[in-house]
Write a protein that binds this ligand. Sequence first.
Ligand SMILES: Cc1cc2nc3c(=O)[nH]c(=O)nc-3n(C[C@H](O)[C@H](O)[C@H](O)COP(=O)(O)OP(=O)(O)OC[C@H]3O[C@@H](n4cnc5c(N)ncnc54)[C@H](O)[C@@H]3O)c2cc1C
Length: 495
Amino acid sequence: MQDLDWAPLLQRWQGHVFAPGERGEIGVGKQLAAAGRPLPTSALWLRARSESDVRRALEFLARHEQGFAVRSGGHCFADLSSHAEVVLDLSELRRMELNLQGLRAGPGVGASEASAFLTSRGRLLPTGGCPGVALGGLSLVGGFGLLGRRHGLVCEQVQALRVALPGGDLVEASANHHADLFWALRGAGAGQFGVVTELLFDTQPAQALNVVHARWPWDCAAAVIEAWQALAPAADPRVNLELALSAGDDPEDADEGPPQIELFGVVLADAEAVPALLAPWRRALGSLAEALCEWRLPAAAAASYLCGRLDRRCEPAWQPSQPYREHGYQFTKSGFFAQRLPASAIAELLAHFAADRRYAQHRELEFIPWGGAYTGACTGAETPTSGKRPQADCAFSHRDAQFMVRHTAVVGARSSAELRAHARRWAQASRATVATAGNGRVYQGYADLELPQWAQAYYGADLPRLRALKSRHDPWMLMHHAQALTPSFQDLPTR
Ligand SMILES: Cc1cc2nc3c(=O)[nH]c(=O)nc-3n(C[C@H](O)[C@H](O)[C@H](O)COP(=O)(O)OP(=O)(O)OC[C@H]3O[C@@H](n4cnc5c(N)ncnc54)[C@H](O)[C@@H]3O)c2cc1C
């Protein structure tokens, strides 16, 4: 790459170019680095300002056989969008337009920006719960959130995508055009087949809902998990309640130190219907149900809650100041489960969670309910007002899971190598406590660099079809990162 003459590209470049070493810029939008790997400072960053910039970059990079990574919001849990010699940064592609077809949005639009834009127009896009995650990466990995059991994945709201293919050709992929690409991008598209420059989403009407929250002391954790497993995955799709177990970074702190367990989420229904929808929860929780709190949120506040601008108790969420000059480190493992965890596995998971804690190491376990519209079989009630059905035929194959568990340890920017190693070991061992009860599958949106059979775990039976498509669209693997699909040999074109 050192010998490459970039001048022909940069002469016509509309965006900004950051030379290797401009670390401050690389840190923008990135609070935590993954798996103990510091964010690289060696990459040349091409920040595109337009689709023409993207096409020009792809033509140039293909001509010089120069590999690159793509970045929209930079929230990849494995930093696949940052570790490369050349990064094509789409964070400025943030145009939004709402018309009768739906929401047209650039890949750099954050979940929170989309939410604010749509709310003021009476509409809603089901996204995940992190305000800074961009629609680009979110839609390409699948995208679950607190409305997912009702409306399906974020990628199922996508009706069409504009895609610059390696080499520079621009196509629009939809159910009727480039249908294979349309299928593959929604679920398996992160940095694999082409650079998505615009997405067309169907939207839902903005709606009031009930937020539910409860917090219990640690000795209730096993009973709460047992009850949650029996209820959450099979609940009415309008009920989406998660569990979060957390342990603050100071084990000695009398208030924040002890680990705790919380239930949080939404009931998306008219106020009169809510008591009946929560009745099974109150029955199953027995005396523990006394901790349940509820808030009725009007549509605008509901949208803020759903994208993480309000916290679990409906207070304004803490937002870290940006740009980050230093980044901490997060270690994340996860897995899907098609059946309940046995009591012995729950006991082991909880014991491991509370044992051998260290100062300045934060731990978290999240239980995310599946079922409902995630099965891919959507009911009439989930049909958006445009009349189109969610596009469930896509490369997202985690359909039969009951729930997902995420294990995360976070340490600060100035943590010692020993503390980072301890956090890594904790996350690995936490996952191992429940691994045998899992179905072996892992959400591609929680990319994990340490996963040995990552392609099988993310894509399952779709893998051969995806590799054939890689052969067709990016046989030279110009779009390259540590978990890039390899082309299937028999499908490679002849030069
Ligand atoms: C704090 C936090 C909270 C999260 N919460 C949720 C959640 O609630 N629900 C959920 O489903 N996920 C969640 N995630 C995971 C998140 O959805 C994925 O990591 C997502 O891929 C991030 O998208 P991004 O554009 O922000 O990140 P990036 O790092 O920019 O991109 C992620 C991947 O997509 C590729 N990519 C990005 N843009 C394009 C493009 N335009 N064309 C082609 N490839 C592209 C990148 O190369 C990379 O491989 C969370 C992640 C974090 C860090």
